[in-house]
Write a protein that binds this ligand. Structure first.
Ligand code: ADP
Ligand code: MG
Length: 280
């Protein structure tokens, strides 16, 4: 599926600047796009805009070239898997039941699971290392376990596109690497994947293209080499960084520096004296 947002602009009521301004993104089948940017830069808003969950002040979302409004909700639910940043499950259900919800848009009029539905649920639980949690009540899971189960639900859907908002934020190294590996694998199998993340190094390692947002606008877009440059990152994150090629992975690694007197910055905030740096 071609997942496309063209010049998307979103304004929240009462906000002085748009949360998203003129942002375009195009995710082709078989590719993994990472969306990066500081807190509040518009990443989650971009996801909401692409899913039709926030009104647009400008621009258009198209899936396979067809405007989002032309899509039937059920058809959309079969085609696009979404893992939002937060979610609360207010009613008592088991992990297996939650993951099986990914199959709902595929079920027939009788709403009964067939062999293929059951196989999809099982495969998704296995891929997210959540099979041993299947009978647990969702409310009893740890943050990272719940996150893996939510990813499993999106995979059980067998979507053609996946959009995920910081899906590995609460995962340990192993589970984070497994999830990123399976997203890479999903992309390699032809799915269009849009991944919002704060992990610059891992984005460089796993994605085909990177989109860096800053204050609702595109600060940079392209390959890891094009986007992850010291000057660009320091400007966007307002923090000194060094970018080094990692010989192990062959991709850039970002090393955050310490804020020193020598580091110049454009923002007012950074011109205030740093108490740690002043003479005793
Ligand atoms: P990110 O995901 O990059 O951290 P968001 O897309 O969540 O950023 O938010 C972008 C900006 O829009 C922030 O300044 C945030 O405070 C603001 N914002 C997000 N949601 C709302 C909302 N529902 N109402 C008003 N402002 C919002
Ligand atoms: Mg967010």
């Amino acid at each position: 599926m071609i997942l496309e947002g063209e010049r998307l602009t979103v304004r929240y009521p009462g906000a002085e600047r748009p949360a998203l301004a003129d942002v375009s993104v195009r995710v082709l089948p078989g590719t993994l796009h990472a969306v990066l940017g500081p807190n509040g830069s518009g990443k989650s808003t971009l996801m909401k805009a692409l899913m039709g969950n926030v009104p647009l002040a400008g621009g258009e979302v198209r899936l396979d070239g067809r405007p989002l409004e032309g899509w039937d909700r059920r058809e959309l639910a079969r085609s696009v898997g979404a893992v939002t940043q937060t979610e609360t499950v207010a009613f008592p259900i088991t992990v297996r039941e939650l993951v099986a919800m990914g199959r709902y848009p595929h079920l027939g009029a009788l709403r009964r699971e067939g062999p293929h539905d059951r196989a999809a649920v099982r495969a998704a639980l296995e891929r997210c290392d959540a099979m041993s949690l299947a009978r647990r009540e969702v409310g009893t899971l740890s943050g990272g376990e719940f996150q893996r189960v939510r990813i499993a639900r999106a995979l059980a859907q067998e979507p053609r596109a996946l959009v995920l908002d910081e899906p590995t934020a609460s995962l340990d190294i192993r589970h984070e690497m497994e999830i990123l590996g399976l997203l890479r694998d999903s992309a390699d199998r032809g799915i269009s994947v849009l991944l919002i993340t704060h992990h610059l190094d891992l984005a460089a390692r796993f994605s085909d293209r990177l989109l860096l947002l800053n204050q609702g606008r595109v600060a940079a877009e392209g390959t890891a080499g094009e986007v992850l440059q010291e000057g660009i990152l320091e400007e966007v994150y307002q923090w000194p960084v060094a970018v080094r090629m990692d010989p192990e992975t062959g991709t850039p690694r970002i090393i955050p520096g310490s804020r020193s007197r020598g580091w110049k910055s454009g923002s007012d905030r950074d011109r205030s004296p740093d108490p740690d740096q002043s003479p005793a």
